[in-house]
Design a protein around this ligand. Structure first.
Ligand code: GLC
Ligand code: CA
Length: 540
């Protein structure tokens, strides 16, 4: 039985994140689209992943690159049509690739018909109750209803023409839904069914812990230190996911949820993964951890213990469309990462060092128990593009933070496929359009074509690692056992037959006794594992 037809496929799956704007452009307007993805499914097949998660493709004014949805049941024209989406799902399936779509239930676009209706209907109307509208504070009502801040900077409230304010935890163009409202619940259940009927294998849930807000929207100043923030992780959110799980389970084919959860409390995190709730969630502590053996080992142990309590598989993620690419992170002096850590843009970066560590991290990531995510371009060793001119940057966080945050464009630059110069075959030949964000000329050595068949390339490292992983009965879901190892070295087995060793110390280290080397991130040095390198070994 192959992994993708297995009922438990998601417990071991390697899932590739496509950011549709930046994967491949089929029609030559400089923006990635569904035609481009369909043309380049062969890349994913050659890579050997099991499934694809696509960032939002829905109708959107693109105030937050599609995370502001105006129609949850149709495709934005910049990406294509619903018919093309249906073809993409069918073609992917025919190649053994499952499609997971993004679901954004915390907020919609200010262009969503229900929000337009709420604006028109005015204060006190039933239409406004589907969102969080409130009068302002102060004598004139010109102060926000409470002190909550948007994650993108500034107050989480915007005032409308008639004087009322509405809540938006992200951009002002992203009004938060009121999840106490029965219409909102029913609408999302219908949207889930709409896509399940079209054959998607599951949903990635955007800011999954934010849907329900604390009653009365209390000021944070009145909360005891360490209390759960009132805009997230409220008890009621679990009822929503229990209901969603029942819907998903009505469908054949073992479909799944993966939650975006930035929660550093492993106990609160694992509550979302109880058997009647969500299948999986992104495990961000690994992404945030510094490149340090003790810190990484601690993340692995804490993660596995938290997941074991609820019987869920862990997921492992090094990068995504919101975070600084890990080649860059690992090339800095401070290799740790906080969500607002993109503010350390322009810290000195040693890209060779970052790349070397990224190669080792890939082998670590793919050897750990559970499923793993690959963010498009990490298999090419792409780095964060930090020199995009300000006037070309598109992410709203740049403006909303008053310029203190350069935004997330640097990890969203269109992929280089072939050729010696931009657009690197991102768009079809001779269209003459520039990609929506500029690509560094140095990516000529990082295109898929340049790396194909080069045994030393990042791409071939990923391909080989995935081939070994898919064929190895002990990789993916399961447990690990740590091996005794010198300080600064991580060494663990996945069974009596397979071991992974990562050297984060400053000198070459001996490998444990083994019968065969399956894969190393760099050549060994006289039989020793060099600094910032990893090895997969067969022990028996
Ligand atoms: C999630 C997405 C991010 C988006 C935000 C608001 O964090 O990953 O890209 O801006 O939610 O939807
Ligand atoms: Ca296009």
């Amino acid at each position: 039985m192959t992994r993708t037809t297995d009922t438990d496929w998601w417990r071991s799956a390697v899932i590739y994140q496509i950011y549709p704007r930046s994967y491949a452009d089929g029609n030559g307007d400089g923006i990635g689209d569904l035609a481009g993805i369909r043309d380049r499914l062969s890349h994913l097949r050659a890579l050997g992943v099991d499934a694809v998660w696509l960032s939002p493709w829905y109708v959107s004014p693109m105030a937050d690159a599609g995370y502001d949805i105006a129609d949850y049941r149709d495709i934005d024209p910049v990406f294509g049509t619903l018919a093309e989406a249906e073809s993409l799902i069918a073609e992917a399936e025919a190649q053994g690739l499952k499609i997971i779509v993004d679901m954004v239930p915390n907020h919609c676009s200010d262009r969503h018909p229900w929000f337009r209706a709420a604006l028109e209907a005015g204060p006190g109307s039933p239409e406004r109750q589907r969102f969080h509208f409130r009068p302002g504070r102060g004598e004139q009502g010109d102060l926000p209803p409470n002190n909550w801040q948007s994650h993108f900077g500034g107050p989480a409230w915007t005032q409308v023409a008639d004087g009322e304010w509405y809540l938006h935890m992200f951009a002002p163009q992203q009004p938060d839904w009121n999840w106490q409202h029965p219409h909102v619940k029913a609408e999302f259940e219908s949207v889930l069914r709409f896509w399940l009927d079209r054959g998607v294998a599951g949903f990635r849930i955007d800011v999954a812990d934010h849907l329900v807000k604390a009653a009365g929207l209390p000021e944070t100043t009145m909360l005891p230190a360490g209390a759960v923030r009132p805009w997230r992780d409220q008890e009621g959110v679990h009822d929503i996911y229990r209901r969603w799980r029942r819907i998903l389970d009505e469908y054949p084919g073992h479909r799944v949820f993966v939650a975006e959860l930035w929660d550093d409390d492993p106990d609160r995190f694992s509550r979302y993964l109880r058997p009647d709730e969500l299948h999986s969630a992104f495990n961000f502590p690994l992404l945030q951890s510094p490149w340090d053996a003790d810190a990484l080992r601690n993340v692995v142990d804490t993660t596995l213990a938290a997941h074991a309590r609820v019987g869920a598989p862990a997921t492992w993620v090094l990068s995504n469309h919101d975070t600084t690419r890990h080649v860059t992170r690992y090339g800095r002096t401070d290799t740790s990462y906080a969500l607002d850590g993109r503010r350390v843009h322009h810290a000195p970066v040693d890209l060779d060092l970052g790349t070397r560590r990224a190669r080792a991290a890939a082998l670590l990531n793919l050897a750990l128990p559970g499923s793993a995510y690959i963010y498009q371009g990490e298999e090419l060793g792409l780095w964060e593009v930090e020199d995009i001119p300000l006037n070309l940057r598109q992410d709203p966080t740049l403006r909303q933070s008053g310029g203190t945050d350069p935004g997330r464009d640097g990890c969203r630059v269109p992929l280089p496929w072939a050729d010696e110069a931009p657009p690197f075959a991102f768009s079809p030949p001779s269209t003459g359009t520039e990609p929506w964000l500029p690509q560094p000329p140095a990516w000529k050595d990082h295109t898929v074509a340049a790396q194909d068949n080069d045994p030393g390339s990042m791409l071939e490292l990923y391909r080989t690692a995935l081939r070994i992983r898919t064929g190895h009965p002990d990789l993916g879901d399961g447990t690990l056992a740590w091996l005794p190892a010198p300080e600064g070295v991580l060494a663990f087995t996945r069974s009596s037959a397979f071991a992974c060793v990562v050297n984060l110390s400053s000198q070459p280290e001996p490998l444990p006794a083994h019968t065969r080397q399956l894969l190393t991130s760099v050549p060994l040095d006289d039989g020793m594992l060099p600094t910032d390198a990893a090895a997969w070994l067969e022990l028996l």
